[in-house]
Design a protein around this ligand. Structure first.
Ligand SMILES: *[C@@H]1O[C@H](CO)[C@@H](O)[C@H](O)[C@H]1NC(C)=O
Ligand SMILES: *[C@@H]1O[C@H](CO)[C@@H](O)[C@H](O)[C@H]1NC(C)=O
Ligand SMILES: *[C@@H]1O[C@H](CO)[C@@H](O)[C@H](O)[C@H]1NC(C)=O
Ligand SMILES: [Zn+2]
Length: 380
């Protein structure tokens, strides 16, 4: 083939690919009605259609993705939905005198009680009745804390999705309701990737982060915390199925032009690989570097542990990615070095508190971090 002919052929192929690239509203509706899912593996690359079984196969092989079936915008296409987090700056931590006594109120036995409740659900799969019940349990638990301290004016609501498990949003109002909000997130769902109707206690993934948030919320609300700007606690549904809950919420906030000071995601905070050095490991990719440095400063000030910059966890590895994708600054302090020192039994019946390496002392540090983050950023 001559070079010229090859060039022409390549140009024709490229044009054909470009024409196919955007998924139309008709295609979206038709394929979704057939039960297919639109899966996004890579930034700036058009997503692909897959069956539920193919999607489960991805989860089994630890491949991360966004399921954008319900968030893809045919008018924008893939490339236009991506904004990179804007320029944000944070002041160094400055409220040790207020935060230190709050941290002293964190109760490990409360955290243990909360996690016992969460792991008692057969699983917290986003399409199961027990997954829906776990969501209601979180809502009720948060509601009880809020109503026992009415002066906090804290509220809690369900954020409903197209599946039975709802995300939960708890709000502590700010003195200035119009100020940008501070968000803390974790995912409530768990999965047994071999058998989605099977047992999935999800103690570490992500019972640990869910409990960090519950206890941080309790400590702040019951201490009369009244931040300058609103502080929100999010427990996301359907994270394991392609960041479904967080995508819907981040998109909703973006579409309403809600401003965020930062989004702190806690996903897997309880495992320390036996023999490894305990560390709070800060994810470097799809996060904001300034917010990540701020989290490092919080660790310096409020934790007994050191922090380190982690290896990249890749595309769509947890709910922070949903916020980063919408242009919001996010951070992810992880339980250890990824992937070598992260918990190897997640997504199975074995993700329990009896796993060798499961550490209450370790996950306690992330509750401290959550309290310090909410307080320090709540006044910036
Ligand atoms: C980080 O903060 C500095 C100012 O301290 C600012 O110039 C820079 O753009 C910020 N970077 C990001 C990624 O927000
Ligand atoms: C569930 O959590 C509550 C605190 O909200 C605790 O009192 C109770 O003991 C827990 N249940 C279990 C089975 O641990
Ligand atoms: C607390 O954080 C500030 C700001 O990063 C830092 O200058 C200070 O050294 C930290 N304090 C401790 C005890 O680490
Ligand atoms: Zn997780």
């Amino acid at each position: 083939m001559t070079l010229f002919l090859r060039r022409v052929l390549l140009a024709v192929v490229a044009a054909a690919v470009a024409c196919q690239a955007l998924i139309t509203e008709e295609e979206l509706a038709e394929k979704a009605a057939q039960g297919l899912r639109l899966i996004d593996f890579e930034e700036g690359v058009e997503p692909v259609w897959m069956t539920e079984d193919e999607k489960l196969e991805l989860i089994r092989s630890d491949k991360n993705f966004f399921d954008v079936t319900e968030t893809y915008d045919p008018l924008e296409g893939e490339s236009f939905t991506l904004f990179r987090a804007g320029q944000v700056a944070y002041s160094p931590p400055s409220r040790r005198a207020d935060v230190t006594p709050l941290i002293a109120k964190i109760s490990l036995s409360n955290m243990q009680g909360y996690l016992a409740n969460l792991t008692n659900f057969h699983n917290r799969y986003y399409r199961s009745a027990t997954g829906a019940a776990a969501s209601v349990w979180i809502r009720d638990t948060v509601q009880q804390i809020a109503t026992s301290y009415p002066t906090s004016r804290a509220t809690v609501s369900l954020f409903a999705h197209s599946f039975v498990q709802s995300s939960i949003i708890a709000k502590i109002p700010g003195k200035n309701p119009a100020a940008p909000i501070v968000v803390l997130g974790a995912h409530m769902d768990s999965i047994n990737s071999r058998d989605t109707s099977g047992r999935a206690p999800g103690a570490d993934d992500d019972g640990s982060g869910s409990v960090n948030l519950l206890e941080a919320f309790r400590v702040l609300v019951t201490s009369g915390f009244q931040p300058e700007g609103p502080v929100e606690f999010h427990w996301y549904a359907g994270e394991e199925a392609g960041l479904l809950g967080s995508q819907a919420i981040a998109r909703d906030y973006k579409s309403r032009n809600v401003e965020l000071k930062g989004m702190l995601q806690l996903d897997m905070t309880a495992y320390v690989r036996p023999g490894s050095t305990e560390v709070i490991s800060l994810m470097p990719d799809f996060t904001n570097s300034n917010l990540t440095s701020f989290i490092g400063a919080l660790v310096d000030n409020y934790s007994r542990l050191n922090w380190a910059i982690n290896n990249p966890c890749g595309y769509a590895c947890s709910d922070h990615a949903s916020w980063d994708r919408q242009g919001y600054p996010a951070a992810l302090p992880f339980e250890g070095t990824y992937p070598s020192n992260s918990n190897g039994v997640i997504h199975s019946a074995s993700d329990t508190i009896t796993v060798s390496g499961f550490s209450w002392d370790h996950t306690l540090e992330y509750t401290k971090l959550a309290v310090a983050y909410a307080y320090e950023l709540g006044f910036q």
